[in-house]
Design a protein around this ligand. Structure first.
Ligand code: HEM
Length: 466
């Protein structure tokens, strides 16, 4: 008989209260109990948390042998993303969709995107206020939204694009409402399906369902238009999904395509915007790394350091702190045995701070991902999860982050509005910069050798320009 791992003895409601600051709480539990510990949060099955990449691999192994399910834990998304979503499904249905979506988001399929992403970023940067503090995260959200509308949904018509953007923003506001988040699951299911509740406009569920219906109106019209158009050359994700065929040669239905488009929006929009916000938050407070990156960009020789900067930002400030699996069979983790019915979580926020792999983990050091250091750093690099459920948008997200970071640094000089690093604040399943990455942007002087002003320490902001 193998024991359960150690863990907190506090009642579940007290453990849940600690989730206001999850990063610190998990770190405390790891220090107290070691690399494997258990937790109990209100409304969830018992959980086991692991804090090394080797232990995470044991959990990911269960993806392949049917020993666990990831989709079952994300059932709360079904009202928005529908029944056919990659996020919420498991088993055969999930595997069929994963095979349909993978090619649309990989390597060659997205190789032509950087130019348009850079254009979208440049247009947004032109709207930034110069010389006074503003929240970078809002602009990163606007850029990633535009990328989704044009390159994922493939909307070219300006009017249709404006309608879709307005509907998506409405959905994002309504579905992000804390009141909705706090509505107990059973009441929420009733309110979302009851014709009576749907007539009460003040309910958060009614607002969210109406916002989702507004998005559907635009999306289904767009899917119909694109089917009629029969463009075999379209390179946007919707165009590729319309042409995709499963193993039996069947195309995806309109409903399946709609569900997956909303899935990509739900999973890809905020995450990429947050990853970018952290990249700038970290760069602004690490002038050496910022200087080295600017040198690389100005010399125009490759993007090895840019790649390392993006990785180090995702390592030091993971957007998602952990993503679990619901165990259908008992799982051996070292000396412990975790019963079926528990949730096993590779905790990225701990794994990416493992000092055995990342010395001085609190320091922002992109050099970890260069040269001979790169291999071990890369092995434990899990901000996009792992196993068979590894983030399907990881390549697109990384490319977007690199292109947008390059474009921003080409156009403006950024300094932090406040020298203190921003805290990691919980927002749904993400950790966002506590003050939304507040920065001060200044016009970049025309490119020549680095001037005295250029080489001044970027963590000491100059007084606002008049
Ligand atoms: C910095 C940006 C992003 C981060 C940090 C991120 C992170 C993650 C993580 C941790 C998972 C869970 C993996 C697991 O369970 O092991 C995931 C899954 C997923 N991500 Fe991302 N993601 C990002 C961007 C994107 C983008 C741009 C898209 C799509 C356009 C996307 C689509 C998805 C989907 C559909 C899943 C579910 C995959 C499945 O269950 O098969 N993500 N992501």
């Amino acid at each position: 008989m193998h024991p359960l791992p150690p863990g907190s003895r506090q009642p579940a409601f007290l453990q849940t209260l600690h989730m206001r600051d999850p990063v610190r709480y998990f770190e405390t539990l790891r220090r107290r109990h070691g690399p494997v510990f258990r937790m109990k949060l209100l409304g969830f099955p018992p959980q086991v948390v692991v804090s090394t990449a080797e232990l995470a691999a044991e959990i990911y192994r269960t993806d392949g042998d049917g020993g666990s399910r990831a989709g079952a834990l994300r059932a709360g998304y079904v009202p928005w993303v529908g029944r056919h979503s990659l996020l919420t499904n498991d088993g055969e249905e999930w595997w069929r969709h994963r095979k349909l979506l993978n090619p649309a988001l990989h390597g060659r399929s997205i190789a032509g995107y950087p130019e348009m992403i850079a254009e979208i970023a440049a247009a947004n940067i032109r709207t930034w206020p110069l010389g006074r503090p503003f929240a970078l995260r809002e602009h990163m959200q606007a850029i990633t939204l535009e990328v989704t509308v044009r390159l994922v949904f493939g909307v070219r018509d300006a009017g249709q694009g404006a309608r879709l953007r307005a509907a998506l923003l409405g959905l994002s506001r309504a579905s992000g409402s804390p009141a909705l988040f706090l509505t107990p699951a059973r009441m929420r299911t009733w309110a979302e399906t009851s014709p009576l509740a749907m007539r009460l406009p003040f309910l958060p569920t009614t607002r969210a369902m109406r916002a989702a219906n507004a998005v559907d109106d635009v999306l289904f019209a767009e899917i119909t238009r694109r089917r009629d158009e029969e463009d075999d050359e379209a390179t946007d994700v919707l165009g590729r999904l319309l042409r995709a065929r499963d193993d039996q040669g069947h195309p995806m239905t309109d409903q399946e395509i709609r569900d997956e488009l909303l899935t990509l929006l739900e999973a890809g929009l905020e995450t990429t915007a947050t990853g970018l916000s952290w990249t700038f938050e970290r760069l602004m407070r690490n002038p050496e790394a910022l200087g080295r990156l600017q040198d690389e960009l100005e010399q125009g020789e490759g993007d090895a350091y840019l790649d390392a900067v993006v990785k180090e930002a995702l390592r030091s400030r993971p957007v998602i702190f952990g993503m679990g699996r619901l165990l259908d069979r008992p799982l051996r983790l070292g000396a412990y045995e975790i019963p079926a019915g528990w949730v096993a979580i590779p905790m990225f926020s701990l794994i990416l701070q493992d000092s055995a792999v990342y010395p001085d983990p609190e320091e922002f050091r992109p050099e970890r991902f260069l040269g001979e250091n790169a291999r071990p750093a890369q092995r434990s690099f899990l901000p996009f999860g792992g196993g068979r459920r590894y983030c399907v948008g990881a390549q697109l997200a990384t490319m977007e982050m690199k292109v947008i970071t390059r474009e921003v640094l080409r156009q403006v000089r950024l300094t932090p509005a406040d020298l203190a690093p921003e805290t990691q604040r919980m927002w749904h399943a993400s950790l966002i910069p506590g003050r939304n990455a507040v920065a001060v942007a200044r016009e970049r002087p025309m490119r020549r050798g680095p001037s005295a002003q250029e080489s001044a320490c970027p963590v000491h902001p100059a007084p606002p320009e008049r």
